[in-house]
Ligand binder design. Structure first.
Ligand code: AHG
Ligand code: MN
Ligand code: MN
Length: 339
């Protein structure tokens, strides 16, 4: 069915459910509950300066990072809505050390991993932040789900997406299998997401590269060689690149998805405590990789492996990420596979 700009996200999810005769409506239900949580978080983000919810919560999360009050709010909102929606059996969050069970009697057939609020350093300064989510079908057969249900490869995701709280609030999601990537903009006056970006395809050639260049002295030689190559191509007039780096993965990714770009968070020589880079596989890299591939782009590690093929071993596992336009990630692959 052709996508019509302006249809609501609920209508779009139901339409696409109808193209899958085996669908039971549970994924539709799950996504609808997530969308309600996103609207609540969006409203709070917009009011944050007035509601006294900026700043740090005083807590430190499992990864040793300061938890902001809004991180905490987003995490609690998502957990509270999803633990009793009846569609998930277990959850994992950046802000919780272990797995998050659902309420007794509400176990469903999916799992949910999420980064409640991505881009913490931008929360207090009105720069775009977002929520990232990843959905898998459960494997275990008990009542509650298990850790192993969450530790599945990205290629097995049944849905993935993010909500960006920026100049407007935009939801981008995919259910894979050629169903496409679609973007919806929240009209806050009526509290509804309307289709604004049907069938998103990422430009094949990048306009931007996005990397924290302040760390360049710690980069491995392959990373340096690749970025030098991009700059050289620019100098030779083959391409015309600009650097854009917000420091919110979700915002950097969204810009590159719409306008064409490659985002890198490579390993570096300095981080002995983070030998695999900073970003997390299950609720940052894998869901965005699913969107990138479904939109015609690519996502690999800085040693040339496809993100979606990585077998997770840990809920909070980190992974180096190179993601975005096909031509630029394919070029990165040539550099990184050599290493
Ligand atoms: P989070 O706020 O969920 O902890 O994630 C922050 C991440 C990501 O959004 C961003 O790309 C990256 O941190 C920026 O890190 P640097 O400041 O090291 O560049
Ligand atoms: Mn994050
Ligand atoms: Mn976060």
């Amino acid at each position: 069915m052709p996508k019509r700009k302006g249809i609501t996200v609920s209508r779009q999810i139901m339409d696409s459910q109808q193209t899958h005769p085996e669908a039971t409506g549970e994924l539709t239900g799950l996504l609808s509950e997530l969308i309600v949580a996103a609207k609540i978080i969006s409203a709070e983000v917009n009011m944050a300066g007035l509601a006294g919810i900026l700043g740090q919560s005083g807590k430190t999360n499992v990864q040793g990072e300061e938890v902001q009050k809004l991180d905490d709010f987003a995490n609690r909102t998502l957990k509270r809505r999803m633990e009793q929606c009846g569609y998930v059996c277990i959850m994992g969050s950046e802000e919780d050390d272990g797995v998050i069970p659902v309420l007794d009697g509400y176990e469903g057939k999916y799992t949910l991993a999420f980064d409640p609020l991505d881009g913490s350093s931008n929360i207090d300064v009105n720069v775009s932040i977002g929520t990232i989510f990843s959905v898998h079908r459960r494997k275990s057969e008990g009542k509650q789900g298990e850790m192993s249900d969450l530790l599945q490869k990205g290629s097995e995701q049944v849905a993935a997406g993010y909500i960006i709280y920026g100049s407007s609030t935009v939801l981008v999601y995919t259910t894979g299998h050629g169903d496409g990537v679609h973007g919806f903009t929240l009209d806050p006056s009526v509290g509804e997401f309307f289709l604004s970006h049907p069938d998103i395809t990422i430009p094949e050639k990048a306009k931007y590269y996005s990397v924290n260049e302040a760390y360049s002295r710690y980069w491995h030689d392959d990373t340096t060689a690749y970025i030098d190559k991009l700059k050289d191509m620019d100098e030779q007039g083959e391409r015309s690149y600009s650097l854009r780096y917000i420091g919110s993965l979700v915002a950097d990714f969204h810009r590159n998805l719409i306008q064409g770009g490659v985002f890198l968070y490579p390993r570096d020589k300095k981080s002995t405590d983070k030998p695999d880079g900073k970003l997390r596989l299950l609720y940052e890299a894998a869901p965005l990789a699913m969107i990138a591939e479904e939109a015609g782009g690519m996502a690999i590690t800085d040693d040339g492996r496809r993100i979606l093929d990585i077998e997770p071993k840990d809920l909070h596992q980190r992974v180096a990420l190179v993601i975005g336009s096909r031509d630029e990630v394919a070029l990165a692959e040539e550099y990184f596979k050599k290493g």
